[in-house]
Design a protein around this ligand. Structure first.
Ligand code: PEP
Length: 255
């Protein structure tokens, strides 16, 4: 596999943090720190912060994403936001299937697939999250599990649309816990996912796909992780809320 064939992307996932005014302040702090990065820089923020984020990032190399979107274009889905709504705002990316959505909001592999299709239909880039729990890792079913999640999520999605999919391998046991997968574990599972993508589509599609690692990546452990052949950057939670730490990770992925 040839890392030079694909983009490294460092994407922040702010989760349910920051108000619109805090969003403006944090992006203004980040802009000079990540300017000129040799990787893509994305910030996925709460729906109510999107407008502030889009305005604050204007003219910079920071692109903006949402943290979820619904699978229908419109309708009686109180509290939900659709892909066309995000598109009209100028949002470029959307996270789909984050483990917190799966764990707390009943997201399943099937709804992840539906949401992914809806986002791709609007031309959004999807950061598709897969990953095993600690119990599943201990049962030695990580490979089968992430393969299944990937296959279901990409079901019915064309090779052309798959070019707009980024996969984030996020072991659930490493998210927000301070426990990071070793660089070897991250590399092993990202490579498994790449092989699954090659099986579904072809080698060219797999080689071109950005596959990130996510799970307690921070300014201290990022170098080793992003240096791995199959790890094309990261999806960053906690450390994306600190401008300095986030910029260190962006710099690591730019090497
Ligand atoms: C995430 O929310 O996707 C994530 C990786 O969080 P953290 O970096 O805080 O573990």
């Amino acid at each position: 596999m040839n890392k030079a064939k694909r983009d490294a992307i460092i994407a922040g996932n702010w989760k349910m943090n920051k108000t619109p005014s805090e969003t403006t302040a944090l992006i203004n702090e980040m802009k000079p720190l990540v300017a000129g990065a040799d990787c893509k820089v994305v910030l996925c923020v709460p729906f109510v912060d999107l407008d502030a984020a889009l305005k604050a990032s204007e003219g910079s190399n920071i692109e903006i994403g949402a943290e979820n979107c619904h699978f229908e274009k419109s309708g009686a889905y109180t509290g939900e936001v659709s892909a066309p709504m995000l598109k009209e705002m100028g949002v470029k990316y959307v996270i789909i299937g984050h483990s917190e959505r799966r764990q707390y909001f009943g997201e399943t592999d099937v709804t992840v697939n539906l949401r992914t299709k809806a986002a791709l239909a609007e031309g959004l880039k999807v950061i598709l999250c897969v990953g095993e729990t600690l119990e599943q890792r201990e049962q030695n079913i990580t490979a089968e599990l992430v393969a299944m999640q990937t296959k279901i999520a990409l079901g019915g999605i064309s090779k052309e649309d798959a070019a707009n999919v980024i996969i984030a391998y996020e072991p659930v046991w490493a998210i927000g816990t301070g426990k990071t997968a070793t660089a070897e574990q991250a590399e092993e599972v990202c490579a498994i996912i790449r092989n699954v993508v090659a099986d579904i589509y072809d080698t060219d599609t797999a080689e071109a796909m950005t596959i990130q690692y996510g799970g307690s990546m921070n300014a201290k452990n990022c170098d080793e992780l992003v240096a791995k052949t199959n790890v094309d950057g990261g999806l960053i939670g906690g450390a994306s809320l600190k401008a300095e730490d986030f910029s260190v990770i962006v710099k690591a992925a730019s090497k």
